[in-house]
Design a protein around this ligand. Structure first.
Ligand code: NOJ
Ligand code: CA
Length: 656
């Protein structure tokens, strides 16, 4: 049975092999991307769902609708696909059943399983999901090593056969122009999937994070699995413009979304990672009422909407000794009521912080009071954190237990009008469509790694735009101006210790690239992460001040995975552009045909200076103005590890 996408380019073939074994293939244009691959499950104490099936019923449907979102890369999303549902039953006439749903879109495919109610069976224990992705050829692959606890890894770029067990999204390129990425959508009441891989082969197989007893998923029937997805595109940028993941999620469940607002934010944060101030109490304590007010003042004066404060509650002094956090009691030098009152007076959203240290039972026991506390304070956003191991024997960050925990927090927050920014999260699988208060998340080797490790290479962000970012918003926390910590190192008590360990602490980009990242790396909550002292009297801060993150449209202008990417995003009548490169210097001529036709724009350009370089000369972007329109071909020059950020503002006739 064949299923073809609306434009005829994407094709799924479903086959029932002679032993009654369900299998599929995926083609894109003339190329087979996934060769014959198995489907099904191995179950505990029940016959497997792998072979011995016959087709009982086939249903075909089509859909073409456009939905509007409260926030996102684009205001409208077209959901256009053909669907094939296949209901399998046991050949021998027993009641063993398995349903398969396939969808073919122009930008990729999705399939999912349903284990419907079976005779005398009301629940299942999945021992393994046997989904295979038998990739044809040996494509170039961008991947991070799988773990069921963390996505904070450096990317590698090898042939698929030379990769290891990988996390998703995992992105590949075969030939000159077939780009594809495997991931999952709508991960609900199920375990997160990584992909195992035998050395030398190009066959990937689903590997689910497990419960302590080795079972992967425990569920009442009917059980719907997440969608297994493959985004497909003829260009690298097409992967970024794809809406496959959100389209495979359920519509929005929050009726009134007026309180959900994209924002730029700053916070008492980078100073902690640089060890200039501490989360814990003492003379260097960062989260004081006074310090928070300083940040609030800065935000109010510079068109920043939110202020995050970390280290305000008890527990930071002892949490590494396996103690739990006190989620609601402030340190004596921090007065939450006063800080939130002050923030409100200045029109600023206070962003609360809850580090759990992975102590889920404690946190869940206190969750109602935590949420009630924020509700009573009138706080609309919290950042959650799950640093370290999950403190429940045998549980990992990505198993079904935690998938359900993360969701519970999002749903409870939604009921109390609170937005979530999760760190050490479960990967994004598009649930922001259903729960648009799930704003952004980390799940990436973010900026913090530059403060206390070997850091992230210049190619890190040019890779994660095509990998991690395909899953959804990234709280990467860009915007560091003092990239070599010149203003800080003398005050950094740990500096010598790091030096002795041979670590050169720095952010491996130019400052212009830091600005560009705020456009390139999509997030509805964009942190300007540096300490505010480093923004004072910096002309380039104007870009951050002028930036609007309420995007309505996007266009990937040019892109090659791991090498460079230029994205333009629209907010009201302005456009912003971010262009970044890896270690290589580059020069492009880009067409500004995304600008509205017939309008003249003033472009404010923040570029790498002529001799800029991420290591030898990263500071002081060159700034200049230029009049442009949709006909303009603009030259963009990027330094090694550099970038460029541009604001395009329409000029009205009088000003002209
Ligand atoms: C790790 C998070 O990624 C970071 O943003 C946070 O500051 C620390 N944990 C402390 O919660
Ligand atoms: Ca982290």
């Amino acid at each position: 049975m064949t299923l073809i996408s609306p434009d005829g380019q994407v094709k799924i073939d479903f086959v029932l092999h002679s032993e009654g074994k369900p299998q599929y293939t995926v083609s894109f244009g003339n190329e087979m991307v996934v060769d014959t691959s198995d489907l099904g499950f191995d179950l505990k104490n029940q016959p497997d769902l792998l072979t011995g099936f016959k087709i009982n019923e086939v249903i075909r449907t089509n859909n073409d609708e456009t939905w509007e979102r409260p926030w996102g890369e684009t205001k409208f999303v077209r959901n256009h696909y053909s669907e094939l549902q296949i209901k399998l039953t046991d050949k021998k006439g027993t009641d063993r059943k398995l349903n398969l749903f396939f969808k073919a879109f122009d930008d990729g495919i999705g399939f999912r399983y349903e284990i419907p109610k079976q005779r005398n069976v009301d629940s299942v224990f999945i021992l393994s999901e046997e989904t295979q992705f038998n990739i044809t050829g040996d494509p170039e692959t961008w991947w991070i090593k799988a773990s069921h606890d963390s996505y904070e890894k450096k990317y590698r770029n090898t042939k698929l056969s030379e990769s290891a067990t990988v996390a998703t999204p995992v992105t590949m390129k075969s030939g000159d122009s077939t780009y594809f990425s495997i991931h999952e959508a709508n991960l609900t009441n199920y375990a997160g999937m990584t992909l195992t891989h035998q050395e030398g082969s190009t066959q990937l197989k689903s590997d689910l994070a497990s419960w302590p007893d080795g079972v992967k998923v425990k569920a009442k029937l009917p059980l719907l699995s997440p969608w297994r997805t493959i985004q497909l595109s003829k260009t690298a940028g097409g992967l970024i413009e794809s809406n496959l993941i959100v389209n495979l999620n359920e519509p929005n469940k929050i009726e009134d979304t007026s309180w959900i607002k994209p924002m730029k934010y700053i916070g008492i944060w980078w100073s902690l990672h640089l060890f200039l101030e501490t989360w814990a109490s003492g003379s260097q304590h960062g989260a004081t009422t006074e310090n928070a007010k300083r940040y609030i003042d800065f935000a109010a004066n510079h068109n920043i909407q939110g202020v995050l404060v970390e280290g305000w509650n008890h527990g930071w002094d002892t949490w590494l000794n396996e103690d739990s956090f006190d989620y609601t009691t402030p340190y004596p030098d921090f007065d939450p009521e006063e800080v939130v009152r002050y923030a409100k007076e200045k029109g600023i959203e206070f962003i609360g912080h809850q580090e759990t240290g992975g102590n889920i039972p404690e946190f869940e026991a206190r969750l109602d009071s935590v949420i009630a506390m924020y509700k009573n304070l009138g706080v609309h956003a919290i950042k959650t954190g799950y640093a370290g191991k999950i403190r429940v024997f045998g549980q990992s960050h990505h198993g079904q237990f935690m998938v359900n925990h993360y969701r519970k927090v999002v749903e409870l927050a939604a009921a109390n009008k609170i937005m979530i920014n999760a760190h050490e999260p479960i990967k994004d699988t598009g649930i922001r469509r259903t729960w648009p208060n799930m704003m952004t998340r980390e799940g990436v080797r973010g900026m913090e790694w530059n403060a206390w490790s070997k850091g992230n290479p210049p190619s890190h962000t040019t890779t994660l735009a095509f990998t991690r970012m395909l899953s959804g918003p990234v709280d990467y926390t860009p915007g560091i101006f003092d990239v070599k910590f010149q203003n800080s190192w003398e005050r950094m008590p740990k500096w010598n210790e790091f030096k002795e360990r041979g670590l050169t602490l720095q952010v491996r980009t130019t400052v212009a690239k830091q600005l560009a990242l705020m456009v390139v790396l999509y997030s509805p909550m964009v942190m300007a992460a540096d300490v505010i002292e480093n923004y004072e009297n910096q002309p380039a801060f104007q870009f951050i001040e002028d930036l609007d993150v309420n995007w309505e449209d996007q266009k990937v202008v040019n892109a090659e995975i791991g090498e460079y990417i230029t994205i333009a995003r629209k907010a009201e009548d302005r456009w912003f552009l971010g262009s970044i490169t890896n270690e290589e210097a580059r020069e492009f001529e880009v067409s500004l045909d995304f600008l509205d036709k017939g309008k003249e724009y003033q472009a404010t350009i923040y570029a790498d200076a002529d001799d800029a370089h991420w290591d030898t000369n990263p500071y002081e972007p060159a700034m200049y103005l230029k009049m442009v329109n949709a006909e303009t071909k603009l030259k963009i020059k990027l330094a090694p590890g550099g970038g460029q950020a541009i604001e395009f503002k329409p000029i009205n006739q009088e000003e002209k």
